[in-house]
Design a protein around this ligand. Structure first.
Ligand code: ADP
Ligand code: MG
Length: 265
């Protein structure tokens, strides 16, 4: 039995379980900085893919291209089989800073994507409260951002992201401004949430162990010019516990990626 169904419609048929297909994607900014040179990769439905590399190697550029926030200068980039040309409802992006509205409660911040479309109904509010519960914020619905810790603010931002209803989540160092302990906890919760909602995730980080722990696949990037240096499959079973990071297999994979980064950056 074939596991992948092929769409027969277009000349460039994309298998149905491919969410993102990048084929030679390039971005040269005005002024000549080559931020991304010819990147080709696939992201499959339900996959957790990390984009890993040092500062300036084009990770954010790559995510912003997939989000349709900036225009590529070459190559082809599709999401769900159609070219990405602008931001769209089936793709949502989250940044390092929570960007919550300080004069709105946690609940109203989560409801922002709904408010763009309509006055929230009772069902909308119940859904938002459920998302706050999912991100670990039961009982904080009516708290204002300034009364929440940095980690809790990012939980609100994550709940708001989930309320946008997108299937593809783009996370650009979402917990990068938080302390290591909080970041580790939120990473574990992100994996739990992904299991519950079956999202497809692209996750930017510059931490090798974090990328290996979280991902099904790591896109390793190197700078000057920004390019995709390697695509590493991560074979460890799920659900994963933090003990995985102490195993020889885990550390061998971390070392392998460190070698790729060390020799080419
Ligand atoms: N709007 C822009 N205009 C010009 N250069 C940019 C712009 N955004 C990013 N760059 C450059 O592109 C390269 C990659 O940046 P970025 O994607 O932010 O890297 P990363 O997220 O990996 O740190 C860097 O050299 C950066 O200075
Ligand atoms: Mg960045």
């Amino acid at each position: 039995m074939s596991s992948v169904a092929i769409e027969q419609s277009g000349p460039k048929a994309v298998p149905r379980d491919v969410v993102v297909r990048a084929d030679g994607v390039e971005k040269t900014f005005d002024g000549g900085v080559v931020a991304l040179e010819g990147a080709s990769f696939d992201v499959h439905k339900g996959e957790f893919v990390s984009v890993l590399g040092p500062s300036g190697c084009g990770k954010s550029t790559l995510l912003r291209l997939v989000a349709g926030l900036i225009e590529r200068t070459g190559g082809s980039l599709t999401a769900y089989g159609t070219e990405v040309t602008a931001p769209r409802a089936d793709i949502a992006m989250m940044f390092q800073r929570p960007t919550l509205l300080p004069w709105k409660t946690a609940l109203d911040n989560v409801l922002l994507p709904t408010l763009i479309e309509r006055r929230p109904t009772k069902e909308d509010r119940e859904r938002a409260i459920g998302l706050l519960r999912l991100t670990g914020l039961t009982d904080f619905e009516f708290a204002y951002p300034q009364h929440l810790s940095g980690g809790m603010q990012q939980r609100v931002a994550l709940a708001r992201l989930l309320n946008a209803g997108a299937d593809l989540l783009l996370l650009d160092e979402p917990f990068g401004a938080l302390d290591e302990f909080t970041r580790e906890r939120l990473n574990l919760e992100l994996l739990r949430i992904q299991r519950e909602i079956h999202a497809t995730i692209m996750f930017v980080t510059h931490n090798i162990a974090e990328a290996v722990f979280l991902s099904d696949k790591v896109l390793v990037m190197t700078p000057r010019p920004g390019r995709l240096a390697a695509e590493i499959d991560v074979p460890f079973a799920r659900p994963r516990a933090i003990e995985l990071t102490a195993t020889p297999e885990f550390n061998a994979l971390v070392l392998k990626i460190r070698d790729i980064l060390g020799s080419r950056s």
